[in-house]
Design a protein around this ligand. Sequence first.
Ligand code: SF4
Ligand code: MG
Length: 304
Amino acid sequence: VFDVSASFLNRVVYRQPRRLLHAVNDVTFDVPMGGCLSLVGESGCGKSTVAKLVTRLYEISAGEIRFAAGKSGAPLSAQMIFQDPYASLNPRWRVKNIIAEPLRELKLRDNEADIAARVAELLDIVGLNYADGEKFPHEFSGGQRQRISIARALASEPEFLVCDEPTSALDVSVQAQILNLMRRLQDELGLTYLFISHDLSVVRHMSDRIAVMYLGRIVEEAETELLFADPQHPYTQLLLQTIPNVNDPQRDREIVAGEVPSPLSPPSGCTFHTRCPLAQPRCKAERPELEHKPDGRRVACHFA
Ligand code: SF4
Ligand code: MG
């Protein structure tokens, strides 16, 4: 849907009838143009489904997704960056052809010399060498392969990148390099990000805002530093406690108690009540709405 909203925000909205497709329900959020919104939650919470809906890899069954106009005046084009770049890079193609594919498909360059020049430029932008274009994906490390997939995503000149756990498969030090690259590209190219991760510490320095998802719903959404300083939803509070703390290693990595219930038959009322340390009888009976608060956050908890 092509929408130029007064606030010039990209608005992404889904509504799915409960019980039909189970993965996401009533998920609504704005991704500010040139900014970064992160979706965070445990696996199975529906965050990857949201990513695939936004990039049209999944069909939406009900509701709508709207994009504000991009710089060109045309609807924003979204590109996806995946967790496992190896699975999304054709192993039999040289890297230069992988990166050139969108240029050819979309006819963004009309002769081979211009295509080669653009491929060289894209390799340079992501910190790879011109000679790397002659190699095959298996000749690179995981971090370098993620650089290749970023170069390929940038080839089609997107303004909006949806990044699904782009660093989760990488070592911590390589993770930091890729995150730094993504932040630099965001600044230099004016990109807008929807960033998806199970790890709040990964998204902290990327995100303007963070939405925490649980069983297909957003349970809290707030400006990043507000969320870290003063989490209001019990699930957000527990997720923040699982972040490793250099000053108190004993406290590290305590997983939120209990299994994630099946999204096919979510608990009644507040779906978090089976794991919530603050649950009251009302929580089992009544589902809390995602309410706007005066500090600009949204939170879905009867007792927030
Ligand atoms: Fe916990 Fe109740 Fe709040 Fe749900 S509504 S998060 S169960 S206190
Ligand atoms: Mg996922």
